[in-house]
Design a protein around this ligand. Structure first.
Ligand SMILES: C[S@@+](CC[C@H](N)C(=O)[O-])C[C@H]1O[C@@H](n2cnc3c(N)ncnc32)[C@H](O)[C@@H]1O
Length: 266
C-alpha cells in the first residue's frame, strides 16, 4: 500500500504534490531533506531511498520516531483510545513530554484525528488547547497506513532542528524541499512583530538566504509559500517562480477552504 501522511497538518501539501513532484530532480544516491516536515506529504509521495526529515516541533519529531520505530505499540495504543469528549479532555491535559516516543505518537495522532480541524495548537505552557472536533466517526487508528508510513520511514533520519541546520547537512546533488509557515496574505501585524508561530518576515528572509546558499553549493532547492506580495518581492532575484492553485482544507480559522493561489520557487 502507498503511504499517505498519517497526520493532517496545517499547510499540508497533499493538493500541491503533483506540481511539486514535477520539480524534484533525479536523486540517485543523493539525499532528500525536508526541514519543515509537518505532515510530510512530499516525502510520502516520493519515498526517497535516503532522507533527512526535520522540524522544530519536538512532539511532532517524536511522533515520526514513534511511527518509524514502534509502530506495533502505536497501533495498540490507538486501538485502545475511544472517541469520547471526556477522554479527549484527559489526553489534552497529559504530561506527554515525559512519556516514550510510542505514547507521544499515539497522543499526537489521537488528538489530530479527533480535535477540531486537525489543528495543533498549544498555550504558553505547551498544553494542547484545540477543542474536540465535530467528527461522527473518525478513523483514529488507520493501521494499514501507519504500517505503510512506518515502512517508508525505515532508514530515514528524523531530527528536531531549526531549518537553518540543513546548511550543514545538504551536499552538492542533494535536494531540499522547504515548506515554511506561510507569509499571511493579509495581516499588517505580521510586519510589526507579531507572529503566532515565531516565523516573521526576518525569518522568511533568512530562509531565502539559506536557499540561496544551498543553490550556490549545487544543492537543488524547492520552496513553497503563499502568494503574498512580500514573498514575490524576496524571491524576485535568483529564483524561478510558478503560481499554483492549491486546495486547502486545514486552516486556523476554518476559512481557508477552497482553492487559493500559492507560489513555488526553485
Ligand atoms: C507549513 S508546515 C509544513 C507542511 C508540510 N510540508 C506538509 O505537507 O504537511 C510548517 C512546519 O514548520 C515547522 N516549523 C516552524 N518553524 C520552524 C523552524 N524555525 N525550523 C524548523 N521547522 C519549523 C512547524 O512545526 C510546521 O510543522
Amino acid at each position: 500500500m502507498e503511504p499517505r501522511p498519517f497526520l493532517k497538518w496545517v499547510g499540508g501539501k497533499r493538493q500541491l504534490v503533483e506540481t511539486l513532484l514535477d520539480h524534484v530532480p533525479g536523486l540517485g544516491k543523493h539525499t532528500y531533506h525536508e526541514p519543515f516536515v509537518g505532515g510530510g506529504a512530499l516525502f510520502f509521495a516520493l519515498r526517497p531511498a535516503k532522507a533527512v526529515l526535520s522540524d522544530d516541533n519536538a512532539r511532532l519529531v517524536r511522533t515520526y520516531v514513534g511511527v518509524r520505530d514502534h509502530v506495533d505499540a502505536v497501533v495498540k495504543l490507538l486501538r485502545s483510545y475511544p472517541h469520547d469528549p471526556a477522554f479527549f479532555q484527559k489526553m489534552r491535559e497529559r504530561d506527554i513530554d515525559s512519556a516514550d516516543d510510542a505514547h507521544v505518537a499515539a497522543w499526537m495522532i489521537y488528538l489530530n484525528k479527533t480535535g477540531y480541524n486537525g489543528l495543533y495548537r498549544v498555550n504558553s505552557r505547551n498544553v494542547f488547547n484545540v477543542p474536540f472536533g465535530r467528527y461522527a466517526n473518525p478513523t483514529i487508528c488507520d493501521e494499514p497506513n501507519l504500517r505503510a508510513c512506518s515502512a517508508a520511514l525505515q532508514g530515514v533520519e528524523i531530527l528536531r532542528d531549526d531549518f537553518t541546520s540543513v546548511l550543514e547537512r545538504a551536499h552538492k546533488g542533494d535536494f531540499v524541499y522547504f515548506d515554511p509557515p506561510y507569509v499571511p496574505l493579509s495581516a499588517t501585524s505580521y510586519f510589526t512583530g507579531y507572529t503566532a508561530d515565531g516565523f516573521g518576515p526576518e525569518r522568511q528572509v533568512h530562509l531565502r538566504d539559506v536557499a540561496l546558499k544551498l543553490k550556490g553549493k549545487g544543492v537543488h532547492v524547492l520552496l513553497s509559500n503563499s502568494s503574498a506580495g512580500f514573498v514575490r518581492e524576496i524571491y524576485s532575484q535568483g529564483f524561478e517562480l510558478e503560481e499554483v492553485h492549491a486546495a486547502r482544507n486545514v486552516n486556523c480559522r476554518g476559512d481557508g477552504r477552497g482553492r487559493i493561489l500559492e507560489l513555488v520557487m526553485w
